[in-house]
Design a protein around this ligand. Sequence first.
Ligand code: SF4
Length: 336
Amino acid sequence: MSQPIIEIRNYSLNFWTFDGVYHALDDVNLTVEKGQSLGIVGETGCGKSVTVRNILGLLPSPPAEVVSGEILYDGKDLLKALPAEMHRIRGIEIAMIFQDPMTYLNPVFTVGRQLVDVVLAHNRARGQGEKISRKDAETRAIEMLNKVRLPNAEKQMSNYPHQLSGGMRQRVLIAMALIGRPKLLIADEPTTALDVTIQAQILELIAELVEELNLSVMMITHDLGVVAKSCDRVAVMYAGKVVETGTVAQVFDHPAHPYTQGLLRSIPHPEKNVSVLEGIPGFLPNLLDPPAGCRFAERCPRALDICRKVTPVGNPLAGGHVASCHLAEELEAASA
Ligand code: SF4
């Protein structure tokens, strides 16, 4: 049986705001096994990015406050890791690709300077002192830019981010993420800021590099097509909770949660001639004051009285498929 590379267990997180305590995550449980790709989907504001950011300690406290849980990486709880340990893990063990390449590249330094600095910083964090020269770091940076197929890699080293297109900048960010040879890659909506043709190229590139470098992946996206194409498993999030997990085939072919069913119905199908796409009526609940019971109840076409009183827990279905719904078994059977 495969070993988990990362396990998020019973993870709850609040934000302290001027309006009160925002209950951003509630009892999140997720596992990624070595060599596996997990897609995390859900609408904007459901907690996808917040869930993964603290894997790298990227949520300052305050305003973020971990209420409970643990994030185990190779068995070690990252929530308790010392700053020096996190410094070593970031980029070397776990790396992240962010959604807006312009925001995450420094506009006042050249691409080459930024990549070389990353190589040198990783080298120091690994405790290898001055073993790598700036010249060798430059060579490593050019190799990586060639690997992510950035045209004229050597010349681009002296360019500034604003001189590159959005797709080229995202290739630089991917190079920056992978240059430390991490084991786990977190891709947080890596194609959101790009146009459709570039999106396809970037996703293809990530898939090839994942295969070549034998990476485990957490892919955050609101695009179910991306998950279907590039992930082994999927976790559906709603209002700070994981509502359904399973293999892509289990969740997409036999959805057992009304929210997942609604998401799948909202995908356009070119072969179906419909003039209006089906949506999910209503809005996310206000997490300053989360509702009792099921957080999806106000929007759920199947809601019962019990749903507004009793919070559904993960209901294990066949083959590791889990849905947090009082009607999960019935819904899964109906979708067979
Ligand atoms: Fe709908 Fe009830 Fe299931 Fe929540 S628990 S998704 S309200 S049927």
